[in-house]
Design a protein around this ligand. Structure first.
Ligand code: FAD
Ligand code: DHB
Length: 395
């Protein structure tokens, strides 16, 4: 293979939260890595995505020195509100499970990771092209790419980790005869809105409505985040008035004196929703983590937390493999990670189907019955709280 050789212990493809946190955890264990990313550092640091961190994610970030700004600027929430027309109920995770969640955007987690890795002198290659994986079934796998000057580069490594999200090339390198996948595509999308306005609620509101689901979330004391269920292929070109009217109707403006305060909208985007799991998450010297192996619909805020849980398992497994030639944790990584992946896949599917409007009037009655049960039974509420606030990493 022609090209300028690079060498590292772990070649990480993708500088999203999975890839960056993995490089951080490996470095703490004395393992060297190189991170390869198609986008620019600025792009990666400013993507608006998830907003909720579960208890074990916060514990892990604090434990590896990434908790300082999170503790200063993050907002701890006891629970969420679930509502449908005429009803709003608070589910208190702390009372039910002793665990809570934090509002701290993925954008902020990503910035903290970039700052920490840059300060540590982490080798990063941004804005690369033509990423390709080779020889993952051998002990000397490698990754090739074209750098910003158009040169073909070869990274020789002991292990390759695909943290390249839902569209990356890594998962295709698990051979067809060993890989399986499961998928559910939902007939609706989320219209995401970011606005410069103080949240009109102290904690998140998940709202069932006959016009479609709505979510009132937040990023800070002065920035609110909203989502509206919309048909697939909706263009994010709604006028601000149309957006505020839809949010006011679905979130119950005027109900029991509650008012939705409006403000300047700064971002509009539409995201499709699907559930996807590919197994196994390891083949030879290739490991998959985060969205590269599994995607959940956003309802229930599991995507980012799952990516963090994967790398929390993977980092010690790779350290044992590389430093001591001890394969045990690496061999059990896929099975251990997948237990949590399937739990979160079920929870995200369950939250999604309970809250989104479909076509079938029978389903609608089941949804309302489910909502009444979850908000009135301690057993029902505890099940939701346990899953939402997050299960231990090694589930
Ligand atoms: P990613 O964050 O996707 O990172 C993968 C990285 O790999 C990217 O930087 C990508 O550029 C890079 N990459 C891809 N291909 C290559 C290649 N060939 N070579 C090198 N690098 C490559 N979750 C929630 O819980 N709530 C939300 O509201 C929510 N909103 C979302 C909105 C959007 C638009 C998206 C896409 C996801 C959202 N998610 C949400 C999911 C959550 O953001 C992800 O689960 C999380 O980002 C997973 O982290 P990751 O590191 O595995 O993948
Ligand atoms: C957010 C996203 C989610 O998917 C969710 O369930 C809660 C909050 C958010 O982006 O703030």
């Amino acid at each position: 293979m022609a090209g300028t050789d690079l060498q590292t212990q772990v070649a990480i493809i993708g500088a999203g939260p999975a890839g960056m946190l993995l490089s951080h955890l490996l470095a703490a264990d004395g393992i060297e890595s190189m991170v390869l990313e198609t986008r620019s550092e600025e792009y990666v640091a400013s993507r608006i995505r998830a907003g909720i961190l579960e208890q074990s994610t916060v514990d892990l970030l604090r434990g590896c020195g990434l908790g300082e700004r999170l503790d200063r600027e993050g907002d701890r929430h006891r629970g969420i509100y679930l509502q449908w027309p005429g009803h709003r109920h608070h589910i208190d995770f702390v009372d039910l499970t002793g665990r809570s969640v934090w509002v701290y955007g993925q954008t902020e987690v990503q910035k903290d990771l970039i700052e920490a890795r840059n300060a540590a002198g982490q080798e990063m290659h941004y804005e690369i092209a033509d990423t390709a994986l080779h020889d993952v079934e051998t002990d000397r796998p490698c990754v090739t790419f074209t750098d910003t000057q158009g040169r073909e580069r070869v990274v020789k490594a002991e292990v390759v980790v695909g943290c390249d999200g839902s569209f990356g090339p890594s998962r295709e390198h698990i051979p067809m005869d060993v890989r399986r996948h499961w998928e559910r595509v939902y007939p609706y999308s989320w219209f995401g809105i970011l606005a410069d306005v103080a949240p009109s609620t102290d904690e998140l509101i998940y709202a069932w409505h006959s016009d479609g689901f709505a979510l009132h979330s937040m990023r800070s004391a002065s920035v609110s985040r909203f989502y509206l269920q919309v048909p697939n292929d909706t263009e994010p070109d709604w006028s601000d008035d149309r957006i505020w009217e839809a949010l006011a109707a679905r979130l119950g403006h005027g109900q029991d004196g509650w008012a939705l305060v409006t403000g300047r909208i700064t971002d509009k985007s539409v995201l499709p929703m699907r559930s996807f799991v590919q197994t196994p998450m390891r083949h030879g010297r290739l490991f998959l983590a985060g969205d590269a192996a599994h995607i959940v619909p956003p309802t229930g805020a599991k995507g980012l937390n799952l990516a963090v849980a994967d790398v929390a398992l993977l980092a010690p497994a790779l350290a044992e493999l590389i430093r001591k030639d001890d394969h045990r944790l690496a061999d059990s990584y896929s099975e251990t990670a997948l237990r949590r992946v399937w739990r979160c896949t079920h929870f995200s599917w369950w939250m999604t189907t309970m809250l989104h409007r479909g076509e079938d009037p029978f389903d609608e009655q089941l949804q309302l019955s489910q909502l009444r049960w979850v908000t009135s039974s301690v057993a029902g509420a505890t099940g939701l709280a346990e899953n939402y606030a997050g299960l231990p990493i090694g589930l």
